[in-house]
Write a protein that binds this ligand. Structure first.
Ligand SMILES: Nc1ncnc2c1ncn2[C@@H]1O[C@H](COP(=O)(O)OP(=O)(O)OP(=O)(O)O)[C@@H](O)[C@H]1O
Length: 246
């Protein structure tokens, strides 16, 4: 299918005799915003690493744009995918502009490339281009990391719990930034925020104990008992009460 940008088939990941992913099939569709959800330890981060090509697999295949992931060099893969970590907690001595400019590395470019200014404008971080990344708030840092991915011109953006450690206002800020990404970006987010997954994502991939529990339209998952099956009735009641499963 031509709209499939990443295709995982029967992916198995095993570590120290523990099965982290068990025969996982997953198609990532171009332009879609997909939320990967599931209980702690379900294998969400492991799958994200598999898609990124940083996690070795013990079985199955992973193709990016129809080509085996191991047939790409790191630089070629970086032109296709960018990773945004939970929260950039490290002390980063670089300015926002310099940091986002590093996203041009795979292209042999620099912070002077027009893609950097464009990414800063899109994520609304241009106002603090000259400030040190370490001086920014958590939400601002997340937008800077997303901008670095955009500057990288990676068509696939992978985010691992991008709202973790953020206060409610900053969470909303990062949620809007992600919702406002250009159409050429395919978005994959690991999150525990079910309200967000329901409201802002077209697709849900639900994992449970290393296996695919559901892979479907978000609206179908949430209307057809997916949450109860995955997390139990108490979480459904909490959600219906307007709570936020963060
Ligand atoms: N290096 C390792 N050796 C052994 N087990 C590991 C290793 N790395 C991860 N695991 C285990 O694999 C399982 C899946 O981990 P993973 O981080 O992918 O889960 P997750 O769904 O992202 O969890 P969380 O929601 O808590 O972040 C967990 O039980 C974890 O303890």
């Amino acid at each position: 299918m031509s709209d499939v940008v990443v295709c995982c088939r029967s992916v198995v990941v095993r570590k120290r005799n523990k099965l982290l992913l068990n025969e996982v099939d997953f198609d990532l569709r171009a332009g879609a915003h997909t939320a990967i959800i599931g209980p702690n330890g379900a294998g969400k981060t492991t799958l994200l690493r598999v898609i990124l090509g940083t996690q070795e697999i013990q079985g199955g295949t992973v193709e990016v744009g129809g080509v085996g992931i191991n047939d790409y060099s790191r630089k070629e893969l970086a032109k296709k995918m960018a990773y945004v970590p939970q929260l950039l907690a490290a002390e980063v001595a670089y300015s926002v502009e310099e940091f986002i400019g590093m996203g041009r590395y795979a292209h042999g470019g620099s912070a002077a490339d027009p893609e950097v200014a464009e990414a800063m404008a899109l994520m609304q971080v241009d106002a603090f281009a000259k400030r040190r990344v370490s001086s920014l708030s958590g939400g601002e840092r997340q937008r800077v990391c997303i901008a670095a991915g955009l500057a990288q011109r990676a068509g696939i953006l992978l985010l691992d719990e991008p709202l973790a450690h953020l206060d409610p206002a900053q969470r909303l800020d990062v949620q809007s930034a992600i919702a406002g990404l250009p159409e050429w970006v395919t978005v994959v987010v690991v999150t525990h925020d079910l309200v967000w997954a329901q409201q802002r994502f077209q697709r849900v991939l639900a994992l449970d104990s290393g296996a695919v529990f559901a892979d479907e339209k978000s609206s179908d998952f949430f209307s057809e008992g997916g949450v109860e099956g995955l997390f139990g009735g108490a979480v459904v009641e909490h959600l219906n009460g307007g709570g936020n499963e963060a």
